[in-house]
Design a protein around this ligand. Structure first.
Ligand SMILES: [Zn+2]
Length: 86
Protein backbone atom coordinates (compact mmCIF):
# COMPACT_ATOMS: atom_id res chain seq x y z
CA UNK A 1 0.00 0.00 0.00
CA UNK A 2 1.09 3.54 -0.66
CA UNK A 3 -0.24 6.97 0.09
CA UNK A 4 -1.21 9.72 -2.33
CA UNK A 5 1.50 12.39 -2.44
CA UNK A 6 -1.21 15.03 -2.73
CA UNK A 7 -4.22 14.13 -0.59
CA UNK A 8 -2.75 11.35 1.57
CA UNK A 9 -5.41 8.76 0.80
CA UNK A 10 -4.21 5.20 0.83
CA UNK A 11 -4.04 3.41 -2.49
CA UNK A 12 -2.55 0.27 -3.97
CA UNK A 13 1.12 0.20 -4.91
CA UNK A 14 1.93 0.92 -8.51
CA UNK A 15 -1.05 3.11 -9.35
CA UNK A 16 -0.29 5.99 -11.68
CA UNK A 17 -3.01 8.35 -10.48
CA UNK A 18 -4.77 8.77 -7.16
CA UNK A 19 -8.38 7.62 -7.40
CA UNK A 20 -9.44 10.26 -4.88
CA UNK A 21 -7.84 13.44 -6.17
CA UNK A 22 -6.40 12.35 -9.51
CA UNK A 23 -2.81 13.38 -8.74
CA UNK A 24 -0.11 11.56 -10.61
CA UNK A 25 1.92 9.43 -8.23
CA UNK A 26 5.72 9.24 -8.18
CA UNK A 27 7.13 6.37 -10.18
CA UNK A 28 8.70 3.38 -8.46
CA UNK A 29 12.01 4.52 -9.95
CA UNK A 30 11.78 7.90 -8.25
CA UNK A 31 10.70 6.36 -4.97
CA UNK A 32 13.55 3.86 -5.11
CA UNK A 33 16.00 6.68 -5.79
CA UNK A 34 14.69 8.81 -2.96
CA UNK A 35 14.80 5.85 -0.63
CA UNK A 36 18.41 5.13 -1.63
CA UNK A 37 19.35 8.77 -1.08
CA UNK A 38 17.63 8.86 2.29
CA UNK A 39 19.54 5.75 3.28
CA UNK A 40 22.84 7.30 2.21
CA UNK A 41 22.06 10.43 4.20
CA UNK A 42 21.16 8.33 7.22
CA UNK A 43 24.47 6.45 7.00
CA UNK A 44 26.41 9.68 6.62
CA UNK A 45 24.72 11.16 9.65
CA UNK A 46 25.60 8.07 11.66
CA UNK A 47 29.22 8.40 10.57
CA UNK A 48 29.23 12.06 11.54
CA UNK A 49 27.89 11.26 14.96
CA UNK A 50 30.68 8.75 15.36
CA UNK A 51 33.16 11.41 14.30
CA UNK A 52 34.90 9.40 11.60
CA UNK A 53 34.05 11.27 8.44
CA UNK A 54 36.17 13.02 5.90
CA UNK A 55 36.06 16.78 5.50
CA UNK A 56 33.90 16.65 2.39
CA UNK A 57 31.11 14.71 4.06
CA UNK A 58 29.04 17.83 4.67
CA UNK A 59 29.44 18.88 1.03
CA UNK A 60 28.38 15.42 -0.12
CA UNK A 61 25.41 15.45 2.22
CA UNK A 62 24.33 18.87 0.97
CA UNK A 63 24.69 17.77 -2.66
CA UNK A 64 22.54 14.71 -2.04
CA UNK A 65 19.94 16.78 -0.24
CA UNK A 66 19.73 19.15 -3.18
CA UNK A 67 19.39 16.25 -5.60
CA UNK A 68 16.55 14.82 -3.57
CA UNK A 69 14.88 18.23 -3.45
CA UNK A 70 15.24 18.68 -7.19
CA UNK A 71 13.71 15.25 -7.82
CA UNK A 72 10.82 16.03 -5.49
CA UNK A 73 10.30 19.41 -7.15
CA UNK A 74 10.28 17.84 -10.60
CA UNK A 75 7.73 15.30 -9.43
CA UNK A 76 5.55 18.04 -7.97
CA UNK A 77 5.63 19.95 -11.22
CA UNK A 78 4.58 16.83 -13.10
CA UNK A 79 1.75 16.28 -10.60
CA UNK A 80 0.35 19.75 -10.79
CA UNK A 81 1.07 20.47 -14.43
CA UNK A 82 2.75 23.76 -13.64
CA UNK A 83 3.34 25.85 -16.73
CA UNK A 84 7.06 26.45 -17.31
CA UNK A 85 8.22 29.63 -15.63
CA UNK A 86 10.44 30.87 -18.38
ZN1 LIG B 1 -4.91 11.89 -3.87
Amino acid sequence: MGFCVNCGHQHHDGVRFCRFCGSQQPSEQLLARLRAEAEQIRLLRMQMQQGNVQDNAYARLEAMRQQAEAAARLNNQQNQNYPPRW
